[in-house]
Unconditional design. Structure first.
Length: 333
């Protein structure tokens, strides 16, 4: 019986989301495989909400964790501490990332010694081509592995009432540290002052239910788990931060997406992510520029935009050096 240990970066939910998808595919290939997860902060919270057992990386050392699980394969999703410790064992290590440009030379050397690096993006997002070693496999975003992850045929009533007019869905992502929450409140405050005729804002994040917006009665908080296909069909625009998963999911939903990434203080990679997706013509993006951006005008422009949406599937099909995730996992089996 093979044991696979996932070490999951705990910042936001994106790492945990894709790791769970990979774990499910590993289990599909071999039902006898034992899967273990270890994470912290937001990642730990995500697995808890999914009712999945997850060890806390804050409560155990790496060597104790390895001794406890005795894994045959370690999958590290941007947990760089694992790179230094796994070499003490005989386990294979697979590293998952979608960013190589700012990684220092010593860490790149360690990555080149891994069994392989699953790069959950494509080669055009790597500006520093010297960072790409022979073991880097471009498997693309989670949405391209399983399109059902971003759509649903569920026709049951979910309790989300019908809203008059068109809807603008706000997705803030799974990062809940204090800096992120502050910037989310600032964004919601500014959105609360926007007036768009016959449009309703839907905030898909119940952790902000305490937010009181007396100046705008067209903003409503809804449970993300209660979003069904009919609501998505009526959604005219998605406002998102700059997480890779969220932006790709919006593209696969064939919905126009306006990315408003966090500042460098919260996540220095989000502007890079948003710019890359914007250059691919899959989304539009703005930065708030310390409050100087006319948010109402930008929203109106995004809503009225006549630019055709590029199919993400067709865009992906044109990318060189693509690797099938299933083929990669079979090699690891």
């Amino acid at each position: 019986m093979r044991k696979v240990l996932f070490l999951v970066n705990g910042q936001g939910w994106g790492h945990a989301v894709r790791d769970l998808m990979i774990a499910k595919k590993i289990h599909e290939l071999d039902k006898s495989t034992m899967i273990y997860f270890a994470s912290s902060e937001d990642g730990l919270r995500y697995f808890t909400l999914q009712d999945i057992d997850c060890l806390s990386l804050d409560a155990i050392t790496y060597l104790d964790l390895y001794s406890l699980v005795k894994p045959d394969l370690i999958v590290s999703d941007e947990d760089f501490k694992a790179l230094a410790s796994y070499q003490l064992l005989l386990s294979k290590l697979v590293f998952i990332t979608n960013y190589l440009d700012l990684i220092d030379r010593d860490t790149l050397t360690l990555l080149s010694q891994c069994h392989c690096v699953l790069f959950c993006e494509f080669s055009d997002s790597v500006h520093n081509k010297n960072a790409i070693s022979d073991n880097v496999l471009f498997v693309g975003p989670p949405c391209s592995w399983d399109c059902t992850a971003v759509s649903t045929s569920n026709t049951e009533k979910t309790g989300v009432r019908t809203f008059i007019g068109r809807t603008i869905l706000i997705r803030l992502g799974g990062c809940h540290n204090s800096s992120a929450r502050l910037e989310n409140y600032q964004l919601l405050y500014r959105l609360g002052k926007v007036r768009l005729h016959n449009y309703t804002f839907l905030l898909a994040d119940t952790s902000y239910t305490a937010l009181h917006i007396p100046w705008n009665t067209t903003m409503h908080v809804i449970d993300p788990g209660r979003i069904d296909q009919s609501l998505l069909d009526s959604c005219h625009l998605i406002i998102a931060r700059g997480g890779w998963n969220t932006l790709w999911e919006s593209a696969f939903l064939k919905k126009r997406c306006l990315s408003i990434p966090y500042s460098d203080k919260v996540n220095p990679l989000e502007e890079y992510t948003a710019l890359t997706m914007k250059q691919r013509h899959l989304i539009s993006s703005i930065c708030l520029d310390n409050g100087q951006t006319d948010l109402q005008a930008q929203l109106a422009q995004s809503i009225d935009s006549k630019d055709p949406l590029i199919s993400p599937a067709s865009w992906i099909a044109q990318q060189p050096n693509r690797s099938s995730l299933n083929d990669v996992l079979r090699k690891l089996a």
